[in-house]
Design a protein around this ligand. Structure first.
Ligand code: GLA
Length: 338
């Protein structure tokens, strides 16, 4: 490999359970998946990246103001501003992460930061990428996506405490298939994500931090909308703990039921699903060999995730848990580098 090449690779993620809990410091359980964004570049005095997904080229001078940059280049510019180095990159971005719920933007942020020479811990990398996401989109997203992708362990899901950023890794057994299926396009920009975030803050003003509250506490909130939002978050935090225990015990039936409960809660209490998504999830739940299914990610469209017997006949794609974003090329199957 040419010594001056700057190569970085970051996986997408699928959230198994723990949706809309991260920005109130709750629990989530995502896993990084074997779908990647890769960057192959050379050092340069500005940033110039071509993409196999988008026609426009991300091109700007170091020190560019993020608000002056449009399209996917905005994410790149926001990361470059955060990394703040004196050297740019010139190269290509490739991606096989389906867009809409699998954190392709977080993967892009991490890959760009690594290619630009970010130097720090995986948690610092996740925090930097989250700040870049906020600068690029204005959406007040949590830390789950970036932290999962920065710290993932192959073969495992990550039980994340979004308050302390502590992570417990739980093996995903070979006798279960994690399946994703794209349902409908979506972007969180312009969605009700920010409204939900605000509603959670208002619920916290009534009963204190949601990460410490119980569903019984949530039921004391007078405003019916805020009560439902808080009920989702408090029951979802409980579901994450129960799901992690079921996963560790290899109890796929219980894990699947918890996922299906999580979907109902997102649909009825958090109101961030769509009719098309509900139908797709119902179709999975009625399929032999499917233990559970739910929308995954921020919602308002996007992808579903299903927990299935490996022999179940479903239309989605099986994904496998992989390790964290890294500099350098993909490791060979035997673990060595190409
Ligand atoms: C998006 C955000 C995450 C998280 C999820 C919902 O993926 O980027 O921080 O809030 O939505 O769980």
């Amino acid at each position: 490999m040419n010594a001056s090449r700057l190569v970085a690779r970051a996986p997408g993620r699928v959230n198994l359970i723990g949706e809309h809990t991260d920005y109130t410091g709750g629990l989530a359980m995502p896993m990084a998946i074997d779908r990647y964004i890769g960057i192959d570049a050379e050092p340069a005095d500005r940033v110039r990246l071509r993409s196999d997904r988008f026609e426009d080229v991300a091109e700007f001078d170091l020190g560019a103001v993020v608000d002056d940059v449009t399209g996917w280049a905005r994410f790149v510019a926001a990361v470059a501003a955060e990394v703040g180095g004196e050297s740019g990159i010139d190269g290509t971005v490739t991606s096989d992460i389906p867009s809409g719920g699998l954190s392709s933007s977080a993967a892009l942020e991490l890959a760009v930061a690594l290619a630009l020479g970010f130097d720090g811990t995986p948690r610092d990398l996740a925090r930097l990428a989250r700040r870049a996401e906020h600068a690029a989109t204005g959406v007040p997203t949590g830390i789950m996506d970036q932290l999962c992708i920065a710290t993932a362990r192959a073969g495992h899901a990550s039980l994340i405490d979004c308050n302390t950023l502590a992570i417990e890794y739980v093996p995903v057994r070979a006798d279960v298939a994690v399946v994703i299926e794209f349902v409908a396009p979506r972007t969180l920009v312009g969605s009700e994500y920010a409204t939900r975030h605000d509603e959670c803050l208002r619920a916290e003003a009534a009963i204190g931090p949601l990460r410490l509250a119980t569903p019984a506490d949530a039921d004391t909130i007078a405003d019916p909308t805020l009560r439902r939002r808080a009920r989702h978050v408090t029951t979802e935090n409980e579901r994450v703990g129960a799901f992690a225990a079921a996963l560790a015990a290899g109890d796929h039936v219980t894990a699947g039921e918890i996922m299906a409960d999580g979907h109902r809660s997102l649909r009825d209490d958090f109101e961030c699903s769509t009719e098309q998504m509900d139908q797709a999830v119902a179709g999975y739940l009625a399929t032999p060999g499917v233990y559970g299914a739910r929308m995954t990610g921020g919602g308002f469209g996007g992808c579903l995730v299903a927990w299935c017997d490996p022999d179940a006949v479903v239309t989605g794609t099986r994904v496998r848990p992989v390790g964290a974003a890294h500099r350098g090329p993909a490791p060979d199957v035997d673990g060595s580098s190409t």
